[in-house]
Design a binder for this molecule. Sequence first.
Ligand code: ADP
Ligand code: MG
Length: 262
Amino acid sequence: MSNCKLSIQSITKQYKNNKSVALDAVSVDVQAGEFLAILGPSGCGKTTLLRIIAGLLPLDSGKLYLDGKDITAAAPAKRSMGIVFQNYALFENMTVLENVAYAAKLKARRDKSATKAEVEQRAMELLADLGIAEYAKKYPSSLSGGQMQRVAIARTLILKPDIMLFDEPASALDVATRLQLRTVIKDIQAKFGTTMIYITHDQEEAFAMADRIMVMENARIAQIGTPSEIVGAPANEYVKSFVVDNLQTKIASLSKALGADA
Ligand SMILES: Nc1ncnc2c1ncn2[C@@H]1O[C@H](COP(=O)(O)OP(=O)(O)O)[C@@H](O)[C@H]1O
Ligand SMILES: [Mg+2]
């Protein structure tokens, strides 16, 4: 057993109705406060791994340890993890403030840890931190994608998660909004010291945000390393072509898009 934040040990998963395996003995240790990007093409197993980490999907074999404690069979609510999806998954019938405060109010009532007013005040502070306080009384349908994603992040943060999990949160957003969201997420990591695991299929995004990148190919890990380790010494031809060569193309098209915006 190691003393890292989250230890993922040899996780294997095959969906019943699928003849290929979705995860094949995937192992990685995530350090406290680290930003780990999981980078790979569609279908390589990224979402499956994130759902298993969050406890939303059972695994076939392998172990998960949070702060050295075995959480392999723990319910999602016992894992102190928050998850942010690509599609926001907000409650449409609640205001922004109600969205952010909802789960925290239930929790506060259950453990008698805070009053409703205290929870709402904390929710307002988080909305201010994320630059969306003025939308507190609005409904999700009136917000932009970038604003909805900030609400989703605030709703997760209010529960003070040990680990935040992101499943391609920026991939539905335009270039400028995507870059703003990056800053928001990196600021949260700096301010709260939250450990973050961030799925993306975008090489440039992974390299811009991550402390370490876990490159996946077909249910397996192709390489884990810092951005400079991966660029400096890609582990094999796949990492070189999927990650390093595409990175240059992505950076070129990003600068072009930004140049066109300016
Ligand atoms: N509910 C499911 N039932 C059967 N197969 C699935 C299911 N979800 C995902 N898969 C398969 O598992 C593999 C990994 O999928 P996924 O984890 O969603 O990949 P990624 O997030 O990297 O795109 C793919 O081959 C996908 O088709
Ligand atoms: Mg996915």
